[in-house]
Design a binder for this molecule. Structure first.
Ligand SMILES: [Zn+2]
Ligand SMILES: [Zn+2]
Length: 174
């Protein structure tokens, strides 16, 4: 059983913590860029701890009682993933000359993909360097500083190249 003065002290301490939290939030708001940069630096310096904290944060969010809050968290998470994937993809295309077929000049992004110049895509996937041809592949390219041996080609030129002994028929009929 707490004495009235203990309860009073607890309430005061809680009020103080609350004020500190509010002051910290105001500081972050005023110095958003600097705060974000410091957090990025910290995560870089403490990758394991950062991963652990992110995981705990996620688990807490998913364990909330309010289903609407959980759904909102999931929707936000999916949106962040979508934006990250789109950014990685555009960085990859940027690095390989933009959304333009290296062979025929096609610029419709939906027709384009990243081609293995030396036709070694199957071998690279088999060696488990990355999986699939989407985000995992793009992330692998970025992580490896956009290595040589890749180019932007449209589907026509890729199929033509494949069926024509490794050279698009636009360039040379075999
Ligand atoms: Zn083409
Ligand atoms: Zn072509």
């Amino acid at each position: 059983m707490k004495t009235p003065s203990q309860a009073d002290n607890d309430a005061k301490a809680e009020l103080k913590r609350q004020r500190n939290r509010e002051a910290a939030a105001r500081y972050r708001e005023r110095n958003r860029e600097r705060y974000n940069q410091r957090m990025r630096d910290w995560r870089k310096a403490n990758p394991d701890r950062a991963r652990q904290m992110a995981l705990e944060h996620r688990n807490r969010k998913l364990a909330q009682d309010d289903p609407a809050a959980v759904a909102a968290f999931r929707a936000k998470e999916a949106e962040v993933t979508r934006r990250t994937q789109a950014r990685v993809k555009s960085e990859v295309y940027e690095a390989y000359g933009g959304y333009k077929c290296r062979c025929c000049g096609e610029t419709e992004p939906l027709f384009l993909s990243i081609d293995h110049v030396h036709n070694d895509g199957a071998a690279m996937r088999k060696a488990k360097l990355y999986s699939g041809s989407g985000t995992g592949f793009y992330q692998w390219l970025r992580k490896n500083k956009f290595p040589d041996g890749f180019q932007v080609l449209c589907m026509n030129c890729q199929v033509g190249k494949h069926k024509n002994g490794g050279v698009c028929p636009h360039q040379q009929k075999v």
